[in-house]
Ligand binder design. Structure first.
Ligand SMILES: [Zn+2]
Length: 427
């Protein structure tokens, strides 16, 4: 089992929010990261953070008696996160598309297997009733002990059936069978060693361009709310979940937050020396020799040091640019933003927005984006522009459409101009 996973080093981040405390150790949601320096990879990593790959590697490489590395990392519990949606699927039957978790095929497959295995009444005595089978298994965490064995039986049957289907059709499973296998094994370990299995079905969401968006959803079963996505504001009145019957507010379960990348990395939690020891132990547990493990860790950490240096430089350049924009381009204009994280940090009247275009042009800069923020949230607009002239046109177009409230502008000032500018003393 362990030999099937090639040695690789993933960085672990303890997430800010612990899922819950358990008797053995504090269980936290963990994410796996990539070693690439590119922002895109980081975004991708964030979007797929609950895939549970890292957990699988830690859990499967640990003998049951070792208390899941609790001796060296008290905050790692026994967590498996199930994410049958969007970009990565932990279960093959649910495939890569979000809508598949609501699919007839999945429902039919689960109904059929439950019937064949005679599990219906036993499942009913443990798991809540839901309109679609899939959602009922992840409402309670940890999974009740009597439920884990039943679920193990059911998902093992799903795995077998899907394995046959993939084999006979010759289609690729895109690694989903391996994920399901790992999850079934985790369930098995949970049952045989009597370790509670914490699960968390991820709410529907998306990370992109520095924003972390969670769509309105039922907080109990995590089914998506029947509302349009990508709006800034939603109705607060409670609706009834079509899947589990819980009542909830679409407004309260929607959020869009700035994604500031301030995840605390395991390296920072443990300290460099302890992190390196821990990483080497993980690699050895996955089958690497001690020498190889030491080399992989050394190489990886050297790359990480370079990446951090490069990022620090980029971050400083971006801070300088922002200071210039705030102190020169926005100088003396009234900021209409309530600064509550719901709206952009800087918002201006239509007249001041035109002034920003003029100043931007005077400093050789470009307007990249223009957005309109409305009080009701019903008239929000976001436009990509490239030159001050077309920015003016874009603004004019928006105003003709009745967008006359608050505007936010994204500009790019040439680096030479920012570098030449010196902040006044006593800023
Ligand atoms: Zn629900």
């Amino acid at each position: 089992m362990i030999g099937r996973i090639p040695p690789r080093l993933s960085i672990l981040f303890p997430n800010a929010e612990p899922i819950r405390d358990c008797a053995n150790a504090r269980a936290v949601d963990l994410v796996s990261s990539v070693t690439s320096a590119s922002l895109l990879s980081r975004l991708h990593c964030r979007a797929t953070k609950t895939r549970g790959m890292t957990i699988r590697q830690v859990v499967l490489s640990c003998p049951p008696s070792s208390r899941l590395l609790a001796d060296c990392l008290p905050c790692i519990g026994f967590v498996a996160t199930v994410r049958p949606m969007e970009t990565t699927a932990a279960l093959p039957a649910v495939s890569v598309h979000f809508t598949k978790r609501y699919s007839k095929e999945l429902q039919e497959q689960l109904d059929r297997l439950i019937d064949r295995l005679g599990l219906a009444s036993k499942l009913d005595s443990v798991f809540p009733q839901t309109g679609l089978q899939w959602f009922r298994f992840w409402i309670q965490s940890p999974i009740p002990a009597e439920g884990a064995a039943l679920l193990h039986q059911l998902l093992e049957a799903v795995y077998d059936e899907d394995a046959q289907a993939y084999q006979s059709s010759g289609r690729s499973d895109y690694g989903q069978q391996a994920d399901l296998s790992a999850f079934v094994q985790s369930l098995g370990r949970s049952v045989s060693s009597n370790i509670p299995l914490h699960v968390n079905l991820t709410a529907p969401g998306h990370t992109d361009f520095g924003w972390y968006t969670i769509f309105s959803h039922c907080p109990r079963c995590k089914a998506a709310a029947p509302v349009e996505r990508w709006k800034r504001k939603y109705k607060d009145e409670e609706i009834e979940c079509a899947i589990c019957g819980a009542k909830y507010s679409p407004a309260k379960t929607h959020s869009a937050k700035r994604d500031n990348w301030e995840l605390k990395e395991l390296r920072d939690v443990l300290g460099q020396a302890e992190f390196e020891k821990f990483a080497a132990r993980c690699l050895v547990a996955q089958g690497a020799s001690e020498t190889d493990a030491a080399q992989i860790v050394q190489k990886h950490e050297e790359g990480e040091r370079q990446r951090r240096e490069k990022w620090a430089k980029q971050a400083e350049a971006s801070r300088r640019h922002q200071r210039f924009v705030e102190k020169v381009i926005y100088c003396g204009l009234e900021n209409l933003s309530p600064r509550d994280d719901d709206e952009p940090e800087w918002l201006f009247s239509p007249e001041d927005t035109e002034e920003i275009f003029r100043r931007c042009e005077a400093h050789g800069g470009k307007v990249l984006y223009l957005s309109h923020v409305s009080e009701s949230g019903e008239h929000d607009e976001y436009l990509q522009v490239s030159w001050p002239t077309s920015a003016k046109k874009a603004l004019q177009k928006l105003r003709e459409k009745g967008c006359n409230e608050k505007f936010s502008v994204t500009v790019k000032i040439p680096t030479e101009v920012v570098d030449q500018w010196e902040e006044p003393r006593g800023k």
